[in-house]
Design a protein around this ligand. Structure first.
Ligand SMILES: O=C(O)CCC(=O)C(=O)O
Length: 288
């Protein structure tokens, strides 16, 4: 049943950023895509400043979603302000500038070809990966996590570079074609790493390829795609904005999950009362 019909500004445009047939072929083969020069330096500087204002207490944001670097938290490294940061979690749920970026048609037009016209936002992160102490993420598949909430063929992640991302500062690595595999077992890891991820069992480093990109580039990736990133050994930041999307025609994974957890955000197209519902139109009030 269609509960509401919401047409976004983006839908009224001509879908000018939709995928080409070559890109769709590449997606089907590799499970990821890269476009360069999607966002300008000015646009990214603006959003980076919003993130820094949150870190510096100039903008309200739920403290629970301001996450510091694991080494700093454990007292194994020192750093202040953005030099101590790991990530802001869910910035598009609490900050209009991030919500606007998450709805930008340069990110979402390609999603229409991958997920259909009705799209929700389920997770966002602004990552710092600070010089010398920024920690990598182990091999994982995003669906290992998202499937506990949502039943769907795939979600799609977008990863926007705010700095050059290369092997020196901890770029993403992917295993092309691994999106065709099922979901691996994921095991807990000991030792220093960002504890939010487990390691996909049996994955070989030598199968991974680095995805080195310039600032303003965007990587779209399938939720079965095996990916990781390495620690930042350089003196440079490796900042990025990650947004994960779901079809509004997906379903809750089980009755207990209906409407539970961090609210999903409306991105574009229709919502369906018997599917993932409700979706938030506006940023959430601060929890105080
Ligand atoms: O940006 C990174 O270093 C890793 C991000 C990632 O793996 C993810 O968001 O799923």
């Amino acid at each position: 049943m269609i509960e509401s019909h919401k047409i976004s500004q983006a839908e009224k445009t001509e879908h000018q950023f939709r995928l080409s047939s070559d890109e769709i072929e590449q997606w089907d083969r590799d499970g990821y895509l890269v476009r360069q020069n999607v966002f300008s330096t000015e646009e990214n500087d603006f959003l980076r400043q919003v993130a820094e204002d949150i870190v510096n207490g100039k903008r309200p944001f739920p403290a629970v979603h301001v996450n510091h670097n694991a080494l700093v938290k454990e007292g194994k490294a020192q750093g202040d302000g953005i030099y101590a940061m790991h990530k802001l979690h869910f910035p598009s749920n609490y900050c209009t500038e991030f919500l606007e970026r998450t709805r930008d048609s340069r990110l979402t037009d390609p999603l229409v070809d991958l997920l259909g016209p009705d799209i929700l936002g389920i997770n966002t992160l602004f990552l710092w990966k600070a010089p010398k102490i920024g920690l990598g993420f182990p091999w994982h598949q995003d669906k290992f996590y998202f499937r506990s909430r949502f039943r769907t063929k795939t979600t799609v992640g977008t990863w926007t570079a705010f700095d050059v991302a290369d092997q020196g500062n901890g770029c993403l690595y992917v295993i092309p074609g691994s999106h065709k595999a099922d979901i691996f077992q994921h095991d807990d890891l000991d030792g220093t790493q960002q504890q939010e991820f487990k390691l996909a069992r049996g994955v070989r480093d030598e199968d991974g390829v680095p995805v080195e990109v310039e600032p303003g580039s965007v990587i779209w990736f399938h939720s079965h795609l095996l990916h990781k990133s390495t620690d930042n050994h350089s003196q440079r930041f490796r900042r990025s904005f990650v947004a994960h999307y779901l079809s509004a025609q997906a379903e809750w994974s089980s009755p207990e999950k209906v409407g539970r957890g961090q609210p999903v955000m409306w991105i574009r197209g229709r919502t369906y009362a018997d599917k993932i519902y409700p979706a938030q139109m506006n940023v959430l009030p601060m929890p105080w």
